[in-house]
Design a protein. Sequence first.
Length: 472
Amino acid sequence: MKTWGGRFEDAPDPVAADFGRSVEIDAELAVDDVLGSMAHVRALGRAGVLTKGEVEALLAGLAGVRADIESGTMRWDPALEDVHMNVEAELEARVGPAARKLHTGRSRNDQVSTDLRLWLRRTIDDLDVAFVGLERALVDLARRHADTVMPAHTHTQPAQPVLLAHHLLAHVEMLERDRGRLADARRRGNVSPLGSGAVAGSGFRLDREAVAADLGFEGVTRNSIDASGDRDFAAESLAAFAIAMVHLSRLSEELVWWSHPRLGFVRFADAFSTGSSMLPNKRNPDPAELVRAKAGRVVGDLAGFLAVLKGLPLGYQRDLQEDKRPLFESARELRRSLEVLTGVIGSVTVDEERIAAAAAEGYTTATAVAETLVELGVAFRSAHHVVGRLVRAAEEGGVTLDALPDDAFTAGLAESDDDTARGLAGDPAAAGRLRAAASIEGAIARCDVIGGTASARVAAELETAGRRLGLP
């Protein structure tokens, strides 16, 4: 019997019925649906709508349904349209006509919103564990290479030398923001809509706050119309999923390039590499490449769902049935991507010599030389010009900045339009000081500020991250 069949004389068109069916998708909410129904039964009992015996019978029946769901023995009937009707039908098969009282004072509108909030809450909690796992892998890799130097880039060009640990901790910072966004989404979504009914509120004096406490919600929604059609919590979570996947895609992009033999910064473990069906020489970083692609899918899920929401008036619309597929898919792909990258990072091998050699390419210490000139009294713009000429001289000579002879430093200073710089040309100690600043070690040591790449600063950040993540 259709729950709404009394209003109609003709049976539903089979194509239309199949088109509206959702049980294959929303069966993932089954346990949450049972938990919400159990809380609703207790509320109906407190309100005097159900007798004590009916409450006990319904709760026992629902517990049995939950056991079947968790064991995988629950059989889903597509003719019953969705997870809610399947659970209710199974309950009636167990306890008889009393099951028909279950839906008193409740609509599938507030029911599905409750289910989805419960699902999202536990999903975010599970994802947080996966985020921590990847962060721990990054911090562990950073600890193992605490003194390894690499080039940092801007505009994809060598910019300044940094510690590899500093670079890896940048990804940890991004992941921490992802955790924060998901925690915010969880908090805003962790309110109970049960009791809002279809749109105007329940017609029975249900204690909504008691129901919310029963289900572990932090409060209740304050407007039944808004609660009926609200999916902000879903959209916000999708946005957080999408941003997180973008972060994982950026990490993956770096890993792909770092593993290229021309760079050779890292080598993927065999367990996280694949070969080619044709090319015997290939060693492909497939997991990282797939994360990049899956990031596009999750971004698409967000865009698609926002497009669904944008034209909806207040109250529930059937369009909202399309909230689950993008949520379920995005959460699944995010979790899988976190897990596979945790494995990649935990097993990757770093070639310290190759990555350190790259740090010396592109005259990455030039800024440190300019800053040293500023300390010697030269205006920054003039210092910038002097060092630019030094870089050109080093480039023409095929040497690094710290390999320039004294006369090259002297000539660069003497040709400046800055009086102080020209005065330094006659200082026999100036070339040595500038050469020291032009070394990799000197350039890294200069960045001794909070958030900088100086060794002591990075070591402190590693310690802080390790404590936060519970690492020994």
